[in-house]
Ligand binder design. Structure first.
Ligand SMILES: CCCCCCCCCC/C=C\CCCCCCCC(=O)SCCNC(=O)CCNC(=O)[C@H](O)C(C)(C)COP(=O)(O)OP(=O)(O)OC[C@H]1O[C@@H](n2cnc3c(N)ncnc32)[C@H](O)[C@@H]1OP(=O)(O)O
Ligand SMILES: Cc1cc2nc3c(=O)[nH]c(=O)nc-3n(C[C@H](O)[C@H](O)[C@H](O)COP(=O)(O)OP(=O)(O)OC[C@H]3O[C@@H](n4cnc5c(N)ncnc54)[C@H](O)[C@@H]3O)c2cc1C
Length: 536
């Protein structure tokens, strides 16, 4: 009945909430959170408290001035026992006056790299009392007398984060479609330099280096959209099983959500930055929207689980899978390839050959990590220290695993969908799959040389395949970004508008600046003139 109490009010916006988990002192290590919720059986209330400065919640989006409620993650104490972190839904502001309630300290954390509209806030409690039903009791409960009833699965507390991580993969597909649209449209309008003296300045989109910078962003948008859809379908399936009490598939979902969130956010941020830089000085204008877009995408590398920490979570799953598989036990579908003990096959410069190659790389890296950890432990190093000393390799193994998942999913889903598409459209999408796959083979050629039978001539051929694909995709590039069908109001970009009037739009935006309100800015009279007259 808690959902009946809170959900309708949230849906009709009586309740504006945020998720208050991170504190000044802890973001990653949730078991280290300091906010406490101590149950008082005499009043059937929880007393929320921030015992230290580092216990203050810090970062929750909308917390500073928008939210009037929040989900607070706190250490639950009852009958003198700390039962660990649990979620509580807490009203923090008066619903009429919006004033902070007594015992609640809330405010803005200050300027950030981007996301300036998110009013991220801080929140501290001074022995703030909330009724017992503030504890979200879907998984664990506290009875009226203070008896704690533990969840059938403690990890369910972390479920919200899996959901957001799953959503973020699709978010990255969207952000890349925006960046690619802006940069490719601008590259079609911008003419620069004279490689051929007797010909006009060409579109910068005709420079192969420009195509190399931009087409991967276009292809990655499709790869992440397809992978995000697969991940969402997986999430729905796992959640359905959880509802019926079966948690067997949750570990696999957690592991794959972690590495996909980490890799897609890192790729999106670096590719949006490449889109910005490919637009020269105008890409550095706020009015291009590319700097803001970079700020938004790079934030995703940190929020909802810092990328390194998440890749290490996946590595934890891969190492456990290797150990499990080595004992002959079955592995989850996404990790089953780790147990492929067949001899390394002759390298094939095909999509299937490259995908198989990335699986070999991932399995080889995981095996190397397990061997290094085992060797260190046998030499007397603690497992924790051995893990830390191997962690750079563990992150690389996770990344290789994630890339193998994306490559395989992108190829499989486009192949499956192609049958229902017109031949020209199917051909273009296959070209994007091919470009994405060959791009990453070339980016990770060192790993392929270490763990597969790829030879120098294969690499040379892949490079040529890649350059041929750039040439094949070029004629459809503008059509492909137009197909994202992003309205000018959404693009919010002087460089990416559909009409291509970039110079007029740049000037229109410049003239809106208050600094252009008068021909001589007041700074001349206040500072320059006195300085020039030696009076400053
Ligand atoms: C219908 C409604 C529509 C609503 C629309 C929503 C649209 C959303 C769009 C989203 C996109 C953009 C908007 C986002 C804006 C910004 C939001 C940002 C919000 C935040 O940042 S919230 C704070 C996020 N914080 C974190 O992610 C913290 C990260 N840290 C951790 O997760 C944990 O501390 C840890 C790193 C996992 C380590 O914890 P711990 O030491 O306890 O765990 P162990 O490593 O020892 O592992 C224990 C055990 O538990 C398993 N496990 C860990 N986490 C999970 C999990 N999440 N799920 C399942 N299982 C988990 C782990 O595998 C271990 O298992 P094992 O022992 O190996 O069996
Ligand atoms: C734009 C934005 C919006 C946010 N919105 C919210 C929100 O709405 N609600 C909310 O609760 N939080 C929110 N956050 C906070 C976010 O979830 C945390 O910043 C994030 O979880 C990382 O925690 P941290 O900042 O404490 O960094 P730390 O955990 O201190 O990490 C710092 C560094 O230490 C490394 N590190 C930490 N632990 C390990 C480890 N075990 N092994 C190896 N390296 C490690 C990390 O890799 C990282 O390099 C937001 C953050 C941002 C940037």
């Amino acid at each position: 009945e808690q959902q009946e109490k809170w959900v309708p009010r949230a849906v009709n916006m009586e309740i504006i909430g945020t998720y208050a988990q991170t504190e000044l002192g802890h973001g990653t290590f949730l078991r280290g959170l300091e906010t406490t919720a101590t149950y008082d059986p005499n009043t059937e209330e929880f007393v929320l408290n921030s015992p230290t400065l580092t216990a203050y919640k810090w970062w929750p989006g909308g917390l500073a001035h928008t939210a009037n409620h929040c989900v607070v993650v706190a250490q639950l104490h009852s009958k003198g026992v700390n039962h660990g972190v649990h979620p509580f839904i807490v009203q923090i502001r008066d619903e009429d006056t919006h004033m902070p309630l007594p015992g609640v300290k809330v405010g803005e954390i200050g300027p950030k790299l981007s996301f300036s509209t998110a009013n991220n806030g801080f929140l501290g409690f001074d022995n703030f009392r909330v009724p017992r039903d503030s504890m979200l009791m879907k998984n664990a409960q506290v009875l009226k007398d203070g008896t704690y009833v533990k969840s059938r699965l403690s990890k369910l507390t972390y479920g919200t984060m899996v959901f957001i991580r799953v959503m973020i993969v699709t978010d990255m597909a969207y952000y890349l479609s925006v960046g690619a649209t802006i940069a490719i449209r601008y590259s079609a309008v911008r003419h620069q330099s004279k490689p051929k003296e007797n010909e006009p300045e060409p579109q910068i989109l005709d420079y192969v280096t420009q195509q190399h910078k931009l087409f991967i962003a276009l292809a990655s948008s499709h790869a992440f959209r397809v992978t995000g859809q697969w991940l969402w379908t997986t999430f729905v399936r796992v959640n359905k099983a959880l509802t019926s009490g079966n948690a067997d598939t949750l570990p696999e979902l957690h592991a794959v959500a972690c590495c996909l969130k980490a890799v897609t956010t890192r790729d999106a941020a670096s590719m949006v930055e490449a889109c910005r830089m490919s637009c020269g000085g105008h890409g550095y204008m706020t009015s291009s929207y590319l700097p803001i877009l970079y700020g938004i995408t790079t934030a995703a590398c940190t929020y909802e689980g810092e990328n390194t920490v998440l890749l290490l979570q996946t590595a934890r799953s891969l190492v456990k899978a290797w150990q499990k598989g080595s004992k002959g036990k079955p592995l989850s579908p996404t990790e089953a390839y780790l147990m492929d003990k067949s001899p390394v096959p002759k390298w094939e410069n095909t999509l299937d050959g490259i995908i198989a190659g990335f699986r070999r790389v991932s399995a080889g890296k995981v095996q190397d990590c397990v061997s290094k950890i085992d060797k260190l432990v046998k030499m007397g190093t603690s497992y924790e220290d051995a893990w830390n000393q191997t962690s750079v390799r563990l992150v690389a193994a996770s990344e290789a695993h994630s890339r193998a998942v994306i490559l395989a999913t992108f190829r499989a889903e486009v192949s499956r969908a192609a049958a229902a598409l017109s031949p020209p459209l199917a051909r273009v999408l296959h070209q994007l799959v091919h470009l994405y796959t060959v791009y990453w083979a070339l980016e990770r050629v060192g790993d392929l040389l270490l763990y597969t039978s790829i030879a120098e001539r294969d690499v040379q051929e892949l490079q040529q395949q890649y350059e041929d694909l750039l040439q094949k995709i070029r004629p459809n590039t503008v059509g492909l970004v137009d197909a994202f069908d992003l309205r000018d109001e959404i693009l919010n970009s002087t460089l990416g508008a559909y009409d291509g009037r970039v110079y007029e739009r740049l000037m229109e935006e410049a003239l809106k600046s208050p600094l252009n309100a008068e021909p001589v800015n007041q700074s001349f009279h206040k500072y320059l003139k006195p300085f020039m007259q030696g009076k400053l």
